[in-house]
Design a binder for this molecule. Structure first.
Ligand code: CA
Length: 226
C-alpha cells in the first residue's frame, strides 16, 4: 500500500516517512503543496496524509486539486489548529479524517490502516484466506493451520500482495514496486531472499506448499500445485 505524505516540517515528515515505512507501507514525501498535488496526480496512492499549513498550496487547496482531478483517494488531515471551523471546512472539502498535532504515532497508524482499507473497495475484507493460510488484516496476524506465523512488516506486506492476487504469477518487478517501491533495475536479489524467508515461514513443515517459483517469470501463491 502506497501513501503520500505532504508535510513541510522536516522532522515531522521524516518521522512519519520512517515510521510508516517500518510499518510496511511504501511512502512518498512532498515538502510543499505544489509538489504534493503533482505527486498525488502523477502516481497512485492508497492514502494522502496532508498537513494543513503548507508553503505553496495549503492542505485544503491540495485536497481541492486532488478532488478536481477526479481522484477519490482517502485523505487524512494533520492540523495543529484544533478549531471547529477548520474541521468543518476540511470535511466539506472531502477529507476523511483528522488528527490534531501533536499525536501519538500508534494513533496515526490505526487511522491510516483503517482509511487505506476503506479506500480500496469500501467493502474490504478484514481477513484473507487461501487453503489453511489466513491473514488477519486488522490484527496484522498470519496463521497456517491454526498456528501463528510471525512475520516482519515487509513479509506481511509481501504475503498480503500474494494472497490478494492468488493464482496470479507476480513478476519480481511488480513485487519490487508494490512492496519495496524499487525499480526493476534495483537489486532484485532482495526479493528472492525475502520470498525465500517468507516461504520458510509459511510452507516449512507443511506437505502442501503454497508459494511457488515460476521459472523465468516470478512467484505465485496458490492452493493448487501449478
Ligand atoms: Ca506545516
Amino acid at each position: 500500500m502506497k501513501i503520500l505524505i505532504v508535510e513541510d516540517e522536516p522532522k515531522t515528515g521524516d518521522y512519519l516517512r520512517q515510521g510508516l515505512a517500518e510499518a510496511g507501507f511504501v511512502v512518498d514525501l512532498a515538502r510543499d503543496g505544489w509538489d504534493g498535488l503533482e505527486l498525488a496526480k502523477d502516481s497512485h496512492h492508497d492514502l494522502l496524509i496532508l498537513d494543513v499549513m503548507l508553503p505553496g498550496l495549503d492542505g485544503w487547496q491540495v485536497l481541492d486539486g486532488v478532488r478536481r482531478a477526479g481522484l477519490d483517494t482517502p485523505v487524512l488531515f494533520l492540523t495543529a489548529r484544533d478549531q471547529v471551523e477548520d474541521r468543518v471546512k476540511g470535511l466539506e472539502l472531502g477529507a476523511d479524517d483528522y488528527l490534531v498535532k501533536p499525536f501519538a504515532f500508534a494513533e496515526l497508524l490505526a487511522r491510516v490502516r483503517s482509511l487505506a482499507r476503506r479506500g480500496r473497495t469500501g467493502l474490504e475484507p478484514t481477513r484473507l484466506q487461501v487453503a489453511d493460510l489466513e491473514l488477519d488484516l486488522l490484527r496484522r496476524r498470519a496463521s497456517r493451520a491454526g498456528q501463528r506465523v510471525d512475520l516482519t512488516a515487509k513479509e506481511f506486506a509481501l504475503l498480503e500482495l500474494f494472497m490478494r492476487r492468488t493464482g496470479e504469477v507476480l513478476p519480481r518487478s511488480l513485487i519490487a514496486s508494490q512492496v519495496w517501491d524499487m525499480n526493476f533495475d534495483s537489486d532484485t536479489n532482495v526479493i528472492d531472499v525475502a520470498v525465500r524467508r517468507l516461504r520458510l515461514k509459511v510452507d516449512e513443515g507443511h506437505d502442501h506448499k503454497l508459494i511457488h517459483t515460476v521459472r523465468g517469470m516470478g512467484y505465485v501463491l496458490e492452493a493448487a500445485q501449478p
